[in-house]
Design a protein around this ligand. Structure first.
Ligand SMILES: [Fe+2]
Ligand SMILES: [Fe+2]
Length: 276
């Protein structure tokens, strides 16, 4: 049984849909941006250090698994209009992220068309498997993952500045990070609602997700481990950053502490698993 069945209380469905409508209203009013008009593409810096392009390519590949995310997440929430409609809107926003990053890789001449075609083929070769088959579990995962993704883009923006600057990429990263933060905020509000509704089950899922957390899809690429290492070496993301800048603030925003999660031991075998 999908663990969401228990939660499909009409009040929860109504509140989720209202949260989605608030999210959508703000997105339409304040957050819509254009790939063609809002990025100063004539200010790409082809001399930017290659290590930045490697990380941009890694983040782009994570965004390129969008068909797997959508095709697997929507069936989990098909009877929850707020979450299903959210995913439709989320998919549109996420599709722009991979397009903006790919366009930058090409326009800055950091990658050729052939290299981008090869990346597409490598991404398509493996399917992303959801880390939880429960809709509530994926809600908790999405909340953590969106905050981590927001942070990844914020940190990469800092690295771009340090490595010589690039006004086009800086704009791309700013626009994407604002979207990622809005995704996190929506998921956080929904998780908060489930905490009120079924505290025990929500904490259990949060615990599973936090103790086994892994950024999606990077390990599906043959050179995934090197990519994770590059991200780690640039201090964009590692276990410490995940704990102090993702887990702690996310738990605090939900009114929880580490002590609320410490009721059982969990396996920790993920490449970016957190060492508590
Ligand atoms: Fe994204
Ligand atoms: Fe996102």
């Amino acid at each position: 049984m999908n663990s969401f069945t228990k939660h499909e209380d009409p009040i929860i469905l109504e509140r989720t849909y209202r949260l989605f409508r608030e999210y959508f209203k703000l997105a339409e009013k304040k957050r819509r941006w254009s790939l063609d008009e809002d990025i100063p593409w004539d200010q790409c810096n082809p001399a930017l250090h290659g290590v930045v392009a490697d990380v941009v390519e890694t983040f782009c590949s994570v965004e390129l698994y969008l068909p797997d995310y959508l095709s697997k997440l929507i069936p989990q929430v098909r009877t929850n209009r707020g979450r299903a409609w959210f995913l439709a809107n989320w998919g549109y926003e996420e599709s722009k992220h991979s397009m903006a990053l790919s366009d930058w890789l090409l326009k800055s001449r950091q990658r050729t068309d052939e290299q981008m075609t090869d990346l597409d083929a490598r991404v398509s070769a493996n399917e992303f498997i959801l880390p939880s088959d429960s809709a509530l579990g994926m809600l908790c995962y999405a909340m953590m993952q969106e905050l981590a993704t927001w942070l990844n883009y914020v940190q990469l923006r800092r690295v771009v500045k340090d490595k010589g600057g690039d006004p086009a990429l800086d704009t791309v990263l700013r626009l994407i990070s604002v979207d990622e933060r809005a995704h996190y905020d929506f998921f956080r509000k929904v998780v908060s609602m489930y905490l009120e509704h079924d505290r025990e089950a929500t904490i259990q899922h949060l615990r599973d997700i936090i103790y086994n957390f892994q950024m999606p899809a990077v390990d599906l690429l043959s050179d995934g481990r090197q990519r994770v290492e590059r991200v780690r070496a640039l201090k964009i993301f590692d276990e410490e950053i995940f704990y102090f800048q993702v887990v702690e603030p996310a738990l605090a925003a939900l009114g929880l502490t580490k002590a609320d999660l410490k009721q059982r031991k969990f396996k920790r075998d993920a490449s970016l698993a957190v060492a508590f």
